[in-house]
Structure formats: C-alpha cells, structure tokens
Design a protein around this ligand. Structure first.
Ligand code: NAD
Ligand code: 6OD
Length: 484
C-alpha cells in the first residue's frame, strides 16, 4: 500500500497515526496518509522559520523568480504524475485535470514569478502645511511563515494559487492540504527539490481540521499569516483561532452563485456556459452557478436545452478520456448532496432531470456518483435556493425585469461570483456593476486572468488575492520617510 508522508525541512516525515486516502470513483483505498500531530506541525513551523534566516532569506527577487519558474518546469516535467494523482484523489475526469488543474498550477508559479519582477511600490514627494519636505516610499518585505489551508475540490490549483505568491514575496510556507486530497501537495515537494528551493521553505503537514494539523497550524504563535480556502463555517472557526494572536488572514469561502440569462443572449453559448457553470467538476467549484435566472420569454426553451445537455453528459470512470463528469469527493459529501435532493422534493420542487444516483453495474457503483440535477418551481426562500449544496445541481427560475433579476441574484448572504448572459453589452455592464460579488462574468464563466482581484463579499470571504492583491497580502509593506 502506498504511503503519503509529511514533508518537513526537505525530508519525508512519518506521523504517529494514519488515515486512508480514498478514490471517490470506486471507494478503494489509494494510500495511507500519516497525520501530523502538534509536535510535527511545530517542527514544520520551526523549519520554515529557520529557512527564512538561510539562503532563501538572502536571495533577491531575481533569484526567487527564477526558482519559481523552475518549479513550474518541474511540474510540467511530471505532468502525467500530477494528473494521475489528482484524478485518483478527487475522481475528476482526466480530461479536466489535464486541461485545468495541472496547467494552472504551473501557470500560478509563472504568473507570480513574472509579477514580482515588475511589481512597483508607492512613492510620494511630500510637502507638509508647515513646509517640510520628504520622500516617502514603501519597501516590500516577507511576512515570515505563512500557514496555507486548502480544500479538496481543486487541490493543486488552489494550493499553488497561494504558495506561488507567498514564495514570490520571500515567505516560507507550511501547507495543510485537505485530508481528502493529500497527494499533489506531497508531489509538489519533489518539484520544489528539483527547482532548488531550499529545505524548509515549503513544508507539508497532513491531517484534519479541529484538534488536528489544521488547528495546530492556525493557532501556532510562530505562524505570521494564515490564508484559507474552504467553507464559510470553517473560515469562521479559523478566524476565532487566529484572533488570539492577531495575524493577517485571507479567506476564500463558499458561494451560492447566480447566473442571469437574458432573452437576447447567444442561446447556444449561454446554454453551454451554464452547463459548465453548473456541472464542471461535478458542481464542486466554489464559482459554480446553483441559481439560474432566465428571462421569461426563453425560460422553457432554456430549461429544455439545459436538460438535454445534462442528460448528454458522459458520467463514468475518471480515467476514461471522454468522461465529462466524475463522482463527488466522498461518501459523506454524497450524503449531503442527496439530502438536498430529498429536501428539494420536500420543498415542492419540480424535478427536470436527475435527482438520484446513477447505476453502472461495475466497480463504479462503489463510487460516490450522483446524477446531474435540475429543479424548477422552488420559492426564493427555499433552503435549496439559499444554501450552498456544492454538487451538480441548479434551480432555474424566471424573471421579468432587470430589477427583479438583480434583487433575486443579490438575495443571499454569500457574494462570490455571478454571470450575466446578454448580447447587449451596455446591459451586461449595467447588471454586472449591481452584483454584490467579488467577480462577475459577462457571456463567460471561470475565465481567469491571474492578475485580477479574486475573492468574495459577505460569507464568501475576506480580502482579495490575485495579481498585486496577492503580493500585497503576502508582504509587509514598510514605508520609509526621508526628510529632504
Ligand atoms: P472545508 O472548510 O471543510 O475544509 C477546507 C480545509 O480546512 C481542509 O484542509 C480542512 O482540513 C481544513 N479545516 C477544517 N476545519 C478546520 C479548522 N477548524 N481549523 C483549521 N483547518 C480546518 O472545505 P472543503 O469541504 O474542503 O471545500 C469545499 C468548500 O470550499 C466549499 O464551501 C467551497 O465553496 C469552498 N471553496 C471556496 C473557494 C473560493 O475561492 N472562494 C475555492 C474552493 C472551495
Ligand atoms: O481560479 C482561481 O484562482 C481560483 N481561486 C478558483 C477558485 C475556485 C473555487 O473552487
């Protein structure tokens, strides 16, 4: 049986207890993972502290950027290994991991290597009312040791989205990947070694959240900042823990995202876009649209076409190159999603398609699959319309006016993402501005430019990452004022 270890100070380190890494496609055990206890998390943090004082701490931006590019090269060299590990851990289709997850991991390192080389700082020529002059400018310094906690849905993509800018700014990191998906964070250690990243700069501790590696990391007094992606409730728990030692936090949390489709949309493009926005990664993307609002004149045609698309999706083995939808991440998560399918029935929804578990007649029946599902007919106050389900499911409702669509889309405690589908770009812009979210797409979805601000409003997060926002979060800016 394969064994996955912690990675501390450049070495694989066995923890005292083990837990199973399960393949969601058939429920088989892929590996035993060794859990970091409080002592091992402390060892990782101390290794990261020492590394700040070593050659890593003395390197300038050019050397760090060159090493980040070499990490990207090392990921690309191991492309197939990363894809295989991500597919086995998550059950996502091999085509998706090959197109999205692994290329984005390399792109994250390249983007922040480029950005740190060209990032400027603020400078001001100062004249005060009592006629003093000065020159003010900021210098960028690392925060120190950054604790990084990530979820299971896009494990490598989301981990490297934080590791790359943290390292670009000269920090060292201790990462705690999700207990469901430990493999690619561990594999990344090999890429770090090959790229010549000094020991102790990148450390991995495995385990769970409360009373385990996640909590030990966030409460550690020598961790200088915490960046977290995951559920809003977990964010609240981490915030409480971190509050005791007043550290900077960046939180990318849950969503209950709306899509608004106008009658003047490019119909095929909108249907295909919403199909992806609802079902990509089995609906397990924080940006997925679980609430779809369609202008009344086209709602019936739209629902019918989306139904056809959902029923046409090829659900099956993640290893099959033509598979478009894999399983959910775990038996427990499937229970949650199925409980919402049941709740939708109880709340009086009309089932358009899905609502159940597919049958394969082979080993995949031991996997955690559900059918892609579409509902209509729920009230806007129904729990299925209010709560994040995080599965391949949406509710479609009609609207008559822009004002009504804006009101319905914004009637949520979350505020992560929205998409607007119209050929009238003035309307697209007008609507987008009114969305209370961190990102609005017009006539597209999940089209990313890594320089742009990314994050959420309300329950969807605190702060922005991406481009200079990442560099500013992962840096301590020291303003220097020189009297002239
Ligand atoms: P989760 O919150 O259950 O777990 C995320 C990570 O936090 C895991 O590594 C887990 O072990 C750790 N953790 C849990 N409790 C902890 C605690 N008390 N202290 C420290 N660490 C703790 O989330 P998940 O189920 O892995 O991921 C799905 C959720 O993540 C969804 O809500 C989704 O919307 C959200 N998400 C948000 C974004 C975004 O960018 N906004 C991106 C991806 C996922
Ligand atoms: O694309 C990104 O940078 C990003 N953070 C995506 C988040 C997806 C959520 O599941």
């Amino acid at each position: 049986m394969k064994s996955i270890q912690n990675y501390i100070d450049g070495k694989s380190v066995r923890g005292a207890r083990e837990f199973a890494d399960v393949n969601p496609a058939d429920g088989s055990v892929i590996a035993q993972v060794t859990e970091a206890n409080e002592e091992l998390v402390d060892a990782a943090v101390q290794a990261a502290r020492r590394a700040l004082r070593g050659e890593w701490g003395r390197w300038g931006i050019r050397e760090r950027a060159a090493r980040l590019n070499r990490v990207a090269d090392a990921i690309e060299k191991r492309f197939d290994c990363f894809v295989a590990a991500e597919v086995a851990d998550t059950g996502k289709p091999i085509a998706l991991a090959s197109k999205l997850d692994v290329p984005r991991a390399a792109a994250n390192f390249r983007a922040f290597a480029d950005l740190i080389k060209s990032a400027g700082v603020e400078a001001f020529q100062t004249e005060t009312p009592d006629e003093k002059s000065a020159l003010n400018y900021a210098v960028r310094k690392p925060l120190g040791v950054v604790g990084i906690i990530t979820p299971w849905n896009l494990p490598l993509l989301l981990l490297t989205w934080k590791v790359a800018p943290a390292l670009a700014c000269g920090n060292t990191v201790v990462v705690k990947p999700s207990e469901e998906t430990p493999a690619t964070a561990t594999l990344l250690a090999e890429a770090m070694q090959e790229a010549g990243i000094p020991d102790g700069v990148y450390n991995v501790v495995h385990g769970f959240g409360p009373s385990s590696a996640g909590e030990f990391l966030t409460k550690h007094p020598d961790v200088n900042a915490v960046t977290f992606t995951g559920e809003s409730q977990t964010g609240a728990a981490i915030m409480k823990t971190v509050a005791a030692s007043v550290k900077p936090v960046s939180f990318e949390l849950g969503g209950k995202n709306a899509a608004i489709i106008f009658a003047d949309c490019e119909f095929e493009n909108a249907v295909n876009g919403i199909r992806d926005a609802v079902f990509l990664n089995t609906g397990q993307v924080c940006l997925c649209a679980e609430r779809v609002y369609v202008e009344r004149p086209i709602v019936e045609r739209f629902v019918e076409k989306l139904k056809q698309e959902a029923e046409r999706l090829r659900i099956g083995s993640p290893l099959e190159p033509t598979t478009e939808m894999g399983p959910l991440i775990s038996a427990q998560h499937r229970e949650k999603v199925l409980s919402y399918y049941k709740l939708a029935r109880e709340e009086g929804a009309t089932l358009v398609t899905g609502g159940d578990v597919p049958e394969f007649g082979n080993a995949l029946d031991h996997g955690f699959y559900v059918q892609p599902t579409i509902y209509t007919g729920l009230s806007e106050t129904a729990r299925c319309v209010k709560e994040e389900i995080f599965g391949p499911v949406c509710h479609v409702a009609a609207f008559d006016t822009e004002e009504e669509a804006v009101r319905m889309a914004n009637d949520t405690k979350y505020g992560l993402a929205a998409s607007i589908w119209t050929t009238d770009l003035k309307r697209g812009h007008r609507m987008a501005q009114q969305m209370n979210v961190g990102i609005t797409w017009v006539n597209c979805w999940f089209l990313r430019d890594l320089r742009t601000p990314f994050g959420g409003a309300g329950l969807s997060g605190i702060g922005r990452e991406g481009g200079m926002h990442s560099l500013n979060f992962y840096s301590e800016l020291n303003n220097i004022c020189i009297r002239l």
